[in-house]
Write a protein that binds this ligand. Structure first.
Ligand code: ZN
Length: 663
């Protein structure tokens, strides 16, 4: 599970900002203390980073059938262009390409809607007419194919309008243009996986995780992502660099993690993937760590199939003390959670939590990235072996630094008192909320015996994120926080409560186009929590939406009462999860999380627009330059922060282009 970076409605100091276009701001992150790693550790970082970057094309193809075609065509046109670079068409074309890089495809990375091209068809036609036969060959496309097939994908709003659709009442697979299924209806896919499941299996694999489900001669068939399977040419490169990484692993435990992953990439066997996950979760001694594989299922409307991602990181030793305090008290939190006793874990196992700095982001973690990660996602492995949870501090720090002085707080926060709270406690409570969400929230509670882990179907992801967020919010206000030294004052949690309600009820809407619904699970979770609590809290005036000069503000009059409602909702959400109550999940999400108050939305967008802040952030990675001695032995790793956004993507497309254009 990952916690997206949405609590941060941020920007800007000069040094951190690399590029700005459309609704995006691209930042640069620093990698503190990388120079203090040993030579062998640096060598490991380098190999794992190469393994990360070599998977780049996989996500483009998973996100949509035509993404690689469009990216390669547009990059070639972009590099060849010798006309007026100030012209309206070219500027719009360049923005479109930059957005494709952000989204690893032609649909918005967050909202899922297809980009509207602001350049003319005529411009594109003129440019493709300049391509030589060699250039066409190189991008493995023909002009006929582009005009007949790709043009409608770009220009016709009816073709592939959404990457992922989660509205109820439609065939989700027919409506979604992501590339995890081909020629298969939702009912067929659900039936296919229902027959595979055996509810008495106490260690079920994650069915369907690493394959595309296709229909061939009326039969359904999984095409597996593996060497000699789908995406083989990219996976072979990943494995090549993982093999090098295994030779410089920090210890035997880490070496066997890498070897098991290599084995999984060879066979595609999900039992091997479970074994790998278990080894990975048990390796808590290594300083350097990584994620590399088919991990998160947010991109599949049925929540089964995982997108490819990779993160390479190492421990931030100082900040990790904070998460160690939290995880060593995990049982206390479980015992004191406001949920029914029958849903509690008798014994909370092996929650390991740390604060990390990322050294490389790739696949579905690039260029937009989570700020916290909790893995593995397999429920039974979490219950039996525990999970590993991280907060990514060099990313949260980049957000925080880039946000100072952008006017956002002044525009949306009710009064000086709340502004002071946020200035004083905003950063520390944001990090703490992420820690609680990831270290404890996702790991708490249990399913009743016989309850299918996928019982909540399309609502599962939203309910799970809701649960983790509520857990963090509930305990943040507990005196235990002061006792454990995690918060400096009894007032501190109010900064998080205020920001959370302001965000969930109002300001997160800046990410949604007027008239649209909320689709993304984390956004749905935040609106679910704040709308549900507000509905209760407005009756006794604990929370108000107040008007001043025609502007709406959140005012929290009674923080203790607000916490009480948060506890009530947590108990209900846990009941839904533990008993697999699909109907209740459906009702809560549809009633609270999806629809938006149109008038309020309009107002928020207008106020936000005046501030001129990009609502989404992405990142560029540093460049790592390995230094070898005359015998080819690795002696050092130099880090280079100078690359800009366009340079980075064009370089990645040259050095890490591993898949055929059409797969
Ligand atoms: Zn989460």
């Amino acid at each position: 599970m990952s916690l997206m970076s949405c609590q941060k409605e941020n920007t800007q100091t000069f040094n951190y900002v690399v590029d700005e276009f459309a609704d995006m701001q691209i930042l640069r992150y620093q990698v503190p203390n990388i120079e203090s790693l040993s030579t062998k550790q640096k060598e490991l970082i380098y190999y794992l980073s190469e393994a990360a970057l070599h998977g780049r094309d996989i996500l483009y193809d998973q996100n949509g059938t035509y993404n690689l075609s469009i990216r390669r065509l547009f990059e070639t046109l972009y590099e060849n262009f010798d006309g007026d670079k100030e012209s309206k068409d070219f500027v719009a074309f360049e923005t479109y390409l930059k957005r494709v890089w952000v989204s690893n495809g032609i649909h918005h990375h967050y909202a899922g809607d297809k980009f509207i091209p602001n350049f003319s068809k005529n411009f594109l036609e003129t440019e493709i007419n300049k391509l030589t036969a060699d250039e066409w060959k190189k991008i493995e496309l023909t002009k006929e194919y582009v005009v007949e097939t790709i043009f409608p994908v770009i220009f016709d709003p009816q073709v592939a309008p959404k990457r992922i659709v989660q509205d109820s009442g439609v065939d989700l697979l027919a409506a979604s243009s992501c590339n995890y299924y081909s020629g298969v209806t939702q009912a067929e896919a659900e039936a296919f996986y229902a027959t595979k499941k055996n509810n008495s299996d106490s260690c079920p694999i994650l069915y369907g995780l690493n394959s595309k489900l296709v229909k061939e001669n009326k039969n359904l068939k999984e095409v597996t992502y593996k060497i000699d399977g789908l995406y083989s040419s990219a996976i072979e490169k990943i494995v090549y660099w993982l093999q090098k990484a295994a030779t410089v692993a920090e210890n035997d435990a880490q070496k066997s993690v890498i070897k098991e992953l290599i084995d999984f990439y060879h066979t595609g066997d999900l039992k091997t993937f479970d074994n790998y996950s278990i080894l990975w979760v048990k390796d808590t001694a290594s300083h350097i760590d990584f994620v590399n594989g088919f991990i998160e299922t947010y991109g599949d409307p049925l929540g089964l199939k995982a997108s490819w991602e990779s993160i390479v990181n190492f421990k931030n030793t100082e900040a990790t003390k904070r998460t160690e305090i939290i995880s060593s008290n995990a049982q206390w939190f479980e015992d004191n959670s406001p949920i029914e006793n029958r849903f509690k874990k008798e014994e909370v196992k092996g929650i390991s939590a740390k604060v990390i700095n990322v050294a490389m982001l790739a696949g579905d973690c690039y260029p937009t990235t989570p700020i916290g990660i909790n893995l593995p996602n397999s429920n039974w492995i979490r219950a039996v072996h525990g999970s590993k949870s991280v907060t990514i501090e060099n990313i949260t720090s980049a957000y925080d630094k880039a946000a100072q002085g952008n006017g956002f707080t002044e525009e949306f926060v009710w009064s000086e008192a709340e502004i002071n709270l946020i200035n004083q406690y905003g950063f520390v409570t944001d990090n703490l909320h992420t820690d609680l969400h990831e270290c404890l929230g996702h790991g708490s509670g249990k399913l009743l015996k016989g309850v299918d882990a996928d019982a909540l179907k399309a609502y599962g992801a939203t309910i799970e994120e809701t649960r983790a967020d509520l857990f963090g919010l509930y305990f943040m206000a507990d005196e235990k926080m002061i006792e454990l030294g995690l918060l400096p004052s009894k007032e501190a949690y109010k900064a998080q409560y205020y920001k959370y309600f302001m965000n969930g009820l109002m300001t997160q809407l800046v990410r949604i186009e007027l008239g649209k619904n909320i689709e993304e699970s984390h956004m749905r979770n935040r609106q679910l929590i704040t709308r549900w609590v507000f509905e209760k809290a407005k009756k006794d005036n604990s929370i108000e939406l107040k008007q001043r000069n025609g502007k709406t503000f959140v005012v929290i009059n009674n923080y203790e009462k607000t916490r009480q409602y948060i506890g009530e909702l947590l108990a209900e959400i846990q009941r839904i999860k533990s008993t697999g109550d699909y109907k209740a999940a459906h009702d809560l999400v549809e009633n609270y999380a999806v629809k938006i108050d149109l008038e309020l939305h309009k107002q928020v967008l207008e106020r936000y627009k005046k501030l001129n802040i990009a609502p989404y952030k992405g990142f560029v990675n540093p460049i790592y330059r390995p230094i070898f001695d005359e015998n080819g032995k690795f002696i050092d790793l130099k880090i280079d922060y100078s690359e800009n956004y366009v340079e980075q993507h064009l370089r990645y497309s040259k050095d890490y282009s591993n898949l055929p254009t059409i797969n």
